[in-house]
Design a protein around this ligand. Structure first.
Ligand SMILES: [Zn+2]
Length: 347
């Protein structure tokens, strides 16, 4: 399983000040994953700016224009926690464009890797068709899914979102679209408040949205069970031509924005399961960075993800152990999710 990186070298141009989603998140990540790439001979590609027409496959023209104008006169707050600074529009174009570079690298005519991990900010999965929210300007995952359909001729694309927050923006954009399966693991309850089990899609898209709201305190075991019992079998039956992973590592036990107990080993295992699924189907995998807000632990977590994608052994020295948690209601929740989804999928 050959993986690689897409880097957004201009990321610091998206200035957010003293905000959890800031330019200091990634230098340590880029250094560590750069070392991994050299050690294992893995490619490192540069992002390119997405075209406006790429964004318009997922967002309204007025939203794209709003972000551009807000950035020009920035810093401008687009919602209570999402800011656009003067270079934010250009950086956001490159953040989405990195997803397209990754899609080309794993699925295009000059396929050069089985998976690519795009280290991008601003993140994307909270941005809806017509508005920025939750640190996100454009949904990189939805833009990439639509690009894969339109430009790479891939009929069915799956988006697997394991960020600790619900990927409401990606879901919003793809909600009525049966050509894109959206599967989200997230803590419940938590920001942004959506992502309950009964949100399954609408119209022709009914059954193509799969939400796994996890009780607080869920860790590696619960997430892997959810993958094996629900996400994996549904992904297998959907039979996508490309797998996009919204990889947010903010469910880590040492991340302050949520209450989950994932470890670096758990993220590595999720990445490995995803990469093995893609390899089994003979399809490409695009991993897009979403959350992860503890700059002390993020390099280790992303190293674990990168190793899982590439099938090499991670060095997990320094990981934070997860506390013992008793029954947090997960078995009942899993049964509830299975009942809801078995209407659409024989699981
Ligand atoms: Zn998040």
């Amino acid at each position: 399983m050959k993986t690689g990186l897409v880097l957004l070298r201009e990321q610091a141009g998206h200035e957010t000040g003293s905000h959890p989603e800031n330019a200091k998140r990634f230098p340590g990540v880029v250094e560590r994953l750069g070392n991994d790439s050299r050690e294992h001979g893995l490619p490192i590609l540069d992002s390119r700016p997405a075209e406006v027409e790429d964004l318009l496959r997922a967002h309204t023209e007025s939203h794209v224009e709003n972000v551009r104008v807000a950035a020009e006169s920035g810093p401008t707050w687009l919602d209570g926690d999402t800011v656009a600074s003067p270079q934010s529009y250009e950086v956001a174009l490159r953040s989405a464009g990195a997803a397209l570079v990754a899609a080309d690298a794993v699925s295009g005519p000059d396929r050069s890797a089985d998976s690519m991990f795009a280290i991008v900010r601003p993140p994307g999965h909270h941005a809806t068709a017509d508005r920025a929210m939750g640190f996100c300007l454009f949904s990189n995952a939805a833009v990439a899914a639509r690009y894969a359909r339109e430009s790479l001729g891939i009929d069915r694309v799956a988006v697997l979102d394991w960020d600790v927050h619900h990927g409401n923006g990606t879901q919003d954009i793809l909600y009525d679209d049966p050509s894109v399966l959206f599967v989200s693991f997230h803590q419940w309850p938590l920001y942004p408040g959506s992502g309950w089990i009964d949100e399954v899609g609408v119209g022709e898209g009914r059954g193509f949205t799969v939400n796994l709201p996890m009780p607080p305190g869920s860790g590696d075991r619960e997430h892997l069970e959810g993958f094996q019992a629900i996400a994996g079998p549904i992904l297998d039956q959907f039979d996508p031509g490309l797998l996009i992973v919204s990889a947010g590592q903010d469910g880590h036990v040492a991340d302050q924005l949520a209450s989950q107990n994932l470890t670096a080993a758990g993220y590595g295992a999720l990445a490995r399961a995803s990469a093995e699924f893609a390899a089994g189907k003979g399809i490409g995998l695009v991993a897009l960075h979403e959350g992860g807000y503890n700059p002390e632990t993020l390099p280790l977590l992303d190293h674990a993800v990168y190793a899982g994608l590439g099938g090499f052994t991670p060095d997990l020295t320094g990981d934070t152990p997860a506390p013992e948690v008793g029954d947090n209601g997960w078995p009942e929740r899993l049964a509830q999710i299975r009942r809801a989804q078995s209407v659409y999928w024989p699981i």
